[in-house]
Design a binder for this molecule. Sequence first.
Ligand code: NAD
Length: 248
Amino acid sequence: MLRGRKALVIGGAVGIGRAVCQAFACEGASVGVADRGWPGEKSSIVAELAASGVEAYPDEVDVRDEASVKSVIQHAIVRFGWLDILVNNAGITSGGAPMQNQDFELWAEIFATNVNGVAFGMKHVLPHMLERGSGRIINTSSQLAHKPAPSHGAYCASKAAVTALTASVAQEVARQGVTVNCVCPGMTDTAMLYKGGASFVEEKLKALPIGRPATVSEIAATYVFLASDAAAFFVGQSLSPNGGDVMW
Ligand code: NAD
């Protein structure tokens, strides 16, 4: 489905991003795996992708830093010759706190990573994709953008910003061959899920129609679809593999 496509996954060493790299490679895409740190994980995923017969390489990025994001995108374009797909997946959360206790250093950190990081990615890949007249940008939002949870205001607001930003930029470029969409995963079995606190997970699972978190590969399938030709008419959408948590 993605044979010959060149993809860069930012936040691709672990968790959902890692599964996206695996799913893209499985469909025949070459994959740049960019992340902050995780040297062992980056080299193991790259070895795994290369063993499956696709071109893959690791790269280092800090999405809070515009120059770092610009450089990792330019590196991918030089390395592959062009870039068809950019996934802006890096994100962080916190243990949560009610608004009267919100730490605004942490708030700024969440927004710098979850919102600025996505904006930097789009800003620096768009000149290349617009010049080529084709490209797919897939941002990672969250089901918490559509169904905000108490005591997680910073994270929920940051992901709502990603969803709105996706729709805004999608309208700017839709007529020029570039689609911009986001994935809004529900509870997914990664390290991040448990950062919200055990009681948060327990309460959410009780109310979740499917009654369990997603596996990372169940989430990655949506990225493959959005990157494929089959998704050509999807513009500014939020696709929500969420086990029934939000049904619209
Ligand atoms: P994770 O913690 O396993 O992965 C987060 C990734 O972001 C890691 O690769 C991490 O290194 C990267 N990252 C964080 N800060 C970075 C920075 N400054 N620069 C570069 N990379 C950075 O968690 P995950 O669950 O795989 O999360 C992936 C994405 O999915 C995130 O955007 C997250 O908000 C979103 N999400 C997760 C869930 C869930 O339940 N796990 C649900 C909805 C959305």
